[in-house]
Design a protein around this ligand. Structure first.
Ligand code: NAP
Ligand code: MG
Length: 403
């Protein structure tokens, strides 16, 4: 069998702990036997981030801008304990934060659905993708304790020194106060990323906020989405047979629960934080959640939504058997290869990505699964396998599908 050729590289960002082990196995068992892999490799493992003073993270993000597609392994975000464990010269920032700041994107998270792992919400048949705005609001706030007799005002001093003031509260008793912001630029990129992703995946977009109560702040989000949609996307959406609609956040929550799924739910930063955990849990498992960062100029970075699965790694180091679920990481690879194929008009590569995903899902639906799914699967003939056996079972099917 001839291996599939790739004209343009994808950016490969290696990572840490158990997911680093899985990363190599996925390549060895599921990618390299079938694809003549063309990747520009960046080692984002904590040891190498420390050796390069985190320059490797910046370089990998810039390479992603250059080539347009990246696949990323989960990485450790250092805390005090990691500084000691890895003898770090600094407490480096989260690689995902650094990459997001350079690519300026929106994060889309979608569950992978398999028979036997049933959503808790009975009506959900198709995945619900959450698009979370990842800038501003309460995550970049200023807050204070206000005491009795205090007077709180909102004040903007413009560039000529003129002040615009508005009373927030004359405190008759002790209380609290909070200030937050967003920018037209960030909201606009968020809107464009959502609309582009919708065209890409042929799904409707729902956007929700609370503009009836927040008549300037949330209303600005609504207006920007609307203006960009009307000016740049309306016709493309009509052609693709998909829709954009805006609704209040409380109405959206009610509709989501009654829905079948199969759309993108664009959420403000806080709503997205809360709702993505709810949706992931209600669909069954964190290890079955994909994540892709899409920048407004069409650059894509694929990863799993979970972390480095540290507890399993320590077992692995002790020589104990692990049963770690590699599905979300496999789908990060298939997502990146499919996107590369699309951009390069490489039909073979796109078809391979489809086969890889099908082999993965068919393996689980045939009853072969890792421990996390074994616990929740309703299949009768289910069998728990270890980390490597699971990948080998997928590899066997994939070999058949690629004949
Ligand atoms: P985690 O890696 O998401 O794992 C938490 C627990 O969830 C695991 O102990 C395991 O439960 C279960 N789990 C998650 N993924 C699984 C999988 N693929 N297969 C089976 N079980 C899975 O979170 P963490 O252990 O709290 O974080 C470890 C490191 O990951 C941290 O250093 C953090 O900074 C980093 N992190 C990175 C990213 C990223 O790069 N995108 C995201 C989140 C966290 P059981 O132990 O019960 O089996
Ligand atoms: Mg959260």
């Amino acid at each position: 069998m001839d291996k599939i050729k790739m004209n343009t590289p994808i950016v490969e960002m290696d990572g840490d702990e158990m997911t680093r082990i899985i990363w190599q196995q996925i390549k060895d068992i599921l990618i390299l036997p079938f694809v003549d892999l063309n990747s520009e490799y960046y080692d984002l493992g904590l040891v190498h981030r420390n050796e390069t003073k985190d320059q490797v993270t910046v370089d990998s993000a810039n390479a992603t801008k250059k080539y347009g597609v990246a696949v990323k392994c989960a990485t450790i975000t250092p805390n005090a304990q990691r500084v000691e464990e890895y003898n770090l010269s600094e407490m480096y920032k989260s690689p995902n934060g650094t990459i997001r700041a350079i690519l300026d994107g929106t994060v889309f998270r979608a569950p992978i659905i398999v028979k036997g792992v049933e959503p808790y919400v009975k009506s959900w048949k198709k995945p619900i993708t959450i698009a979370r705005h990842a800038y501003g609001d309460v995550y970049k706030n200023t807050e204070m304790r206000a005491l009795e007799g205090g007077k709180a005002e909102l004040c903007i001093t413009d560039k000529d020194g003129n002040e615009q003031r508005s009373l927030i509260m004359d405190f008759k008793g002790d209380g609290i106060i909070q200030g937050m912001h967003n920018t037209d630029k960030s909201i606009s990129s968020f809107a464009r990323s959502c609309f582009n992703y919708a065209l890409d995946t042929k799904q409707d977009v729902w956007f929700s906020s609370k503009d009836t109560i927040s008549k300037i702040y949330d209303h600005r989000f609504k207006d920007i989405f609307n203006e960009i949609f009307e000016a740049e996307y309306k016709e493309k959406f009509e052609k693709a047979g998909i829709e954009y609609f805006y609704t209040l956040i409380d109405d959206a929550v009610a509709r989501v629960i009654r829905s079948e799924g199969g759309y993108i739910w664009a959420c403000k930063n806080y709503d997205g934080d809360v709702m993505s955990d709810m949706v992931a849990t209600a669909f069954g498992s964190l290890a079955m959640m994909t994540s892709v960062l899409v920048s407004p100029d069409g650059v894509y970075e694929y990863e799993a939504a979970h972390g480095t699965v540290q507890r399993h790694y320590y077992k692995h180091l002790k020589g104990e058997e692990t049963s770690t679920n590699s599905v979300a990481t496999i789908f990060a690879w298939s997502g990146a290869l499919r996107k590369r194929g699309e951009l390069d008009k490489n039909a073979d590569l796109m078809a391979f990505a489809d086969k890889l995903e099908k082999a993965t899902i068919d393996t689980i639906e045939s009853g072969i699964m890792t421990g996390d799914l074994y616990l929740i699967s309703t299949l009768e003939n289910k069998k728990k396998v270890n980390t490597t056996e699971f990948l080998e079972a997928i590899g066997k099917l994939l070999t058949e599908y690629c004949k």
